[in-house]
Design a binder for this molecule. Structure first.
Ligand SMILES: Cc1cc2nc3c(=O)[nH]c(=O)nc-3n(C[C@H](O)[C@H](O)[C@H](O)COP(=O)(O)OP(=O)(O)OC[C@H]3O[C@@H](n4cnc5c(N)ncnc54)[C@H](O)[C@@H]3O)c2cc1C
Length: 534
């Protein structure tokens, strides 16, 4: 059945990027329709009451990368966005010691000096060097990637802009930048620090969402990607959204609705309609799973390129070379999540009691060898028996998420490889994986098993089935160097357009990639408006 109303733009998917895309387009006066498959908005940035009374940020759980210009343009605080601080990272160690870095410079300096005086000095220098790197990269996050293969003066100007910025850095910063782009997180950190637990915990940011180990080249850049938030002018540090990460998506949705966008949930799209007039195709609307057709001048897809181009577009509509690029684009999910409802708080052997160390991130990353061994298992198709775990207890900051006296514990876990070894499958391994996570935590906080009321295990297969994240990759595709900037998602197609006229991409699979950033959604909207097709 054809829907009688026609839209300027249909946005495929109501994840936070699809919603940002819709909000900018609606604010520019376009008639916009967002179609989301799930019953809740937000995609991987969602809040759900998984167990009665317990609300979880089921997937993403902390925020920092959300672009300040989006917060401003969409007036998100007025629409309910509130960011609460997440102070510090606490790493318990098997020998009864710990490392606890907080936002207080003096305290962190003294804490690191307890492990190594040299490292305490180097930590300040490292911070300054990373800030310089971030200053270089940050404007790139807000730019449309250049196409280096063209002689178009506009594209060359963008390259020149980057070149000039690089030229403007000190020699040391230039060397650091090249090293960050090419080295492994550990090789990079080895140049600065000697304390094993410090390097292990810091290197963890380098492996998030990648199927790489802390010693794999390329992971130093991912470290920088995550460091970016720590100096962000808007919030400076990583934080919680009050109400969970779904509250961010809801605030964006609210802004979009206020600007006139229509948003429908439980409305999965089966196909994107393409009309072939002349030699190239043109997107003209979508077909829903129930067979209904809805028409629009522009279709903007916030799902990944594999879903968009191999599942939603009929074969034969796209050039072979482009499809080769789509096929080569790597997902290789490697992360899982274990969310728990707790009757109390974990009691760490190395720091008993309910102190401020429970309010920040708690990292199971006791040594570099531990981190690399976790990867070794994953390389051969097994989930890590002793994984890297990043834990937070948001209820210590936001009491609205659980009944009084109860808590929620969110555990981001690596590695949980999407592709398991022959003979293993995620449906049977799921709870074993959950047990491994609980057992690992109990080595540091033995009371954990006694205070678990409910447990939700999210495997990479669940991420694919339920959230539409292909191969369970949390960023809609790895943030590896060969898939960044003008190469994301396909070389020559990094400017949010596709070979099909009026079909755009606006999700995390486009520049600048994953995380609750909103940048792809915004940049794609600006390109759609520039083309004037809607
Ligand atoms: C486990 C996990 C932990 C993470 N932790 C963090 C974190 O702490 N901090 C952070 O910044 N980032 C984190 N991330 C990454 C971040 O959440 C994502 O990069 C980001 O939310 C992706 O947003 P998006 O809008 O681009 O895509 P998505 O969130 O993937 O949105 C795409 C939407 O499209 C919908 N869809 C799919 N198919 C269809 C269809 N056929 N029809 C209609 N709709 C469809 C999906 O349901 C989904 O809502 C995490 C991700 C995961 C999975």
């Amino acid at each position: 059945m054809a829907d009688s109303s026609k839209y300027d733009v249909i946005v495929v998917g109501g994840g936070h990027n699809g919603l940002v895309n819709a909000a900018y387009l609606a604010k520019a006066g376009k008639k916009v329709l967002v179609l989301e498959r799930r019953h809740v908005l937000g995609g991987a940035a969602c809040t759900e009451e998984v167990f009665p009374g317990f609300k979880f940020s089921v997937c993403s759980y902390v925020v920092s990368l959300l672009r300040p210009e989006i917060i401003r343009d969409l007036d998100l605080p007025r629409h309910g966005l509130e960011i609460l601080p997440l102070d510090g990272t606490f790493t318990p160690m098997p020998n009864g010691d710990h490392l606890w870095r907080v936002n207080d410079h003096g305290k962190t300096h003294r804490e690191i000096a307890r492990h190594s005086r040299v490292d305490a000095e180097a930590y300040d220098e490292f911070g300054k060097a990373m800030q310089a790197m971030c200053r270089f990269v940050k404007p790139i996050l807000s730019m449309i990637p250049p196409d280096p293969a063209t002689l178009n003066p506009k594209e060359l100007m963008k390259l020149l802009f980057i070149g000039r910025r690089f030229q403007g850095m000190s020699s040391e910063d230039k060397y650091n930048q090249v090293q960050l782009m090419t080295m492994s997180a550990i090789d990079f950190l080895d140049q600065w620090f000697e304390t094993d637990v410090l390097k292990a915990t810091m290197s963890a940011s380098g492996i998030i969402g990648t199927f790489l180990g802390v010693r794999s080249p390329g992971t130093a850049y991912v470290l920088l990607h995550h460091y970016m938030g720590e100096i962000d002018g808007a919030f400076r540090a990583w934080g919680f959204a009050r109400g969970g990460t779904g509250a961010i998506s809801n605030a964006i949705a609210d802004a979009a609705r206020e600007a006139g966008a229509e948003i429908r949930t439980e409305t999965p799209i089966a196909k994107i309609l393409v009309k072939n007039d002349g030699k190239s195709g043109r997107a003209i609307g979508v077909v829903l799973n129930n067979g209904d057709e809805i028409y629009a001048d522009v279709v903007s897809s916030s799902v990944d390129p594999r879903l968009t181009f191999t599942k939603m577009i009929e074969p034969g509509n796209l050039p072979e070379e482009f499809m080769e690029g789509v096929k080569r684009y790597k997902f290789r999910g490697s992360s899982g999540k274990v969310n728990m409802a707790l009757d109390g708080l974990p009691d760490f052997k190395c720091m008993p009691g309910a102190g401020a160390h429970l309010r920040g991130a708690m990292s199971i990353s006791p040594s570099v060898e531990y981190m690399e061994k976790a990867y070794d298992e994953a390389k051969y198709g097994h989930w890590s028996s002793h994984p890297y775990i990043d834990m937070v207890i948001p209820t210590l900051t936001d009491t609205s998420l659980a009944p009084p006296g109860k808590h929620i514990l969110s555990c981001f876990v690596q590695y949980a490889p999407y592709k398991l070894a022959p003979g293993l499958d995620w449906d049977t391994e799921k709870e074993n994986f959950g047990d491994a996570v609980v057992n690992t935590i109990s080595e540091y906080a033995p009371n954990i098993k006694n205070i678990i009321l409910h447990r939700q295990v999210v495997t990479p297969l669940d991420l694919e089935r339920e959230w539409g994240l292909t191969e369970g990759n949390i960023f809609q595709g790895e943030l590896s160097l060969e898939q960044l900037f003008f190469l994301r998602p396909v070389a020559g197609w990094a400017q949010f357009r596709s070979p099909i006229k009026n079909l755009y991409m606006c999700g995390s699979a486009t520049h600048p990639g994953g995380g609750i950033m909103g940048a792809p959604g915004r940049l794609a909207a600006l390109e759609i408006l520039k083309d004037g097709g809607a």
